[in-house]
Write a protein that binds this ligand. Structure first.
Ligand SMILES: [Zn+2]
Length: 340
């Protein structure tokens, strides 16, 4: 059962840059110990993985003799699409194996119960940890009512942060095609990108997804004193929200969100949750990342360490956690941290 579930997880990952705020889901159908069809949730609002797998079954396969594997509990409620549990019952599958239950307490277990009530054998929590890890942003958001915060910065060997990733990877210094792709993949996998006002004004980044396929995330700027320059490139397209303490208004896709100076970070996170922003990739600067770290408001961190030495600059944030993984990207090392 584990091998089949691993296969579901791998399939689910194909949707990583396209499905948020929906979870990543993969599904396979097994008949006579052979995988006879598969499906994954491809894009937000698209058909669920179970529907894709069931619809691609050939006529010679009898669902009543088949087992269905899926990494997340099939839905039992009417959302954008009819409930998958109903379709599975209608086809009369013999057995359904579920990786992890829905994180939403009002829904958790309902899909599994519905299947059981219809006489289907249901097995739950197969590779549960792996399945929950796969959809950690989705789980964290629904369980904690807060956005999932991922930090990312690049630093030199002597501990200085590039004002922006582009600085460190531009020009002759580092070839970095792999690092660029890595960062843009990260961008595509988050619903929003966040930077501080200083970084925005100094670097004038576009904050779009360019080197990989994926959607452009919402852009967020933290500017307590509302000092964001109106000529910035990132304000030209898409949606941008500016968190500040002075003004609340919305003009042409640019939204000013006014927060209290003393409870700024808390209010900002609450606001993001209320607006349904499930995950945020924080791309600097150092001060913003450090304040999130100091308050414990981070879930994950990618620290890109280059072999360069700058001898001066802005000190990189300090993180007192132990890396869970080291990823080699050309001459760079990416230290990955999870806040547990
Ligand atoms: Zn569904």
């Amino acid at each position: 059962m584990q091998a089949y579930m691993s296969q579901c997880i791998e399939l689910a990952k194909r949707g990583s840059a396209f499905v948020a705020p929906n979870p990543m889901v993969g599904c396979i159908v097994v008949y006579n110990e052979k995988v006879v069809s598969e499906g994954h949730h491809e894009f937000f609002g698209g058909p669920h993985a179970e529907v894709v797998a069931i619809n691609s079954l050939t006529k010679d396969i009898d669902p009543r003799q088949s087992e269905l594997y899926v990494n997340l509990e099939p839905c039992a409620h009417h959302g954008k699409t009819p409930p998958c549990a109903d379709l599975i019952i209608e086809k009369g599958f013999k057995k359904v194996v579920i990786g992890s239950l829905d994180p939403n307490p009002e829904v958790a277990g309902k899909g599994a119960d519905k299947l059981r009530a219809a006489g289907i054998e249901v097995v739950i929590n197969i590779l549960q940890k792996e399945c929950e890890h796969l959809n950690r942003k989705f789980y964290f958001f629904h369980t904690n009512k807060l956005p999932y915060i991922c930090l990312k910065w690049a630093e030199t060997k002597d501990g200085f942060i590039g004002r922006h990733i582009a600085d460190l990877y531009s020009g002759k210094q580092i070839s970095g095609e792999e690092s660029k792709e890595f960062v843009h993949q990260l961008r595509a996998e988050h619903m929003a990108l966040m930077i501080g006002a200083r970084t925005a004004n100094l670097d004038n980044p576009k904050l779009t997804v360019r080197h990989v396929k994926g959607r452009d995330p919402l852009k967020l700027i933290v500017s307590r004193n509302n000092t964001v320059e109106s000529s910035l490139r990132l304000l030209k397209e898409g949606q941008t929200w500016i968190f500040n303490t002075l003004s609340a208004e919305e003009v042409n896709g640019l939204r000013f969100v006014k927060l209290n100076r003393h409870t700024f970070l808390e209010e900002m996170l609450e606001y993001l949750h209320k607006q349904g922003v499930q995950s945020v990739l924080v791309e600097g600067g150092s001060q913003l990342a450090q304040s999130l770290i100091d308050h414990g408001y981070w879930n994950e961190c990618y620290r890109i360490c280059s072999p360069l030495e700058w001898k001066k600059g802005v000190p990189a944030p300090e993180i007192k956690a132990r890396e869970t993984e080291i990823i080699e990207l050309g001459s760079d090392k990416v230290l990955h941290y999870l806040n547990r």
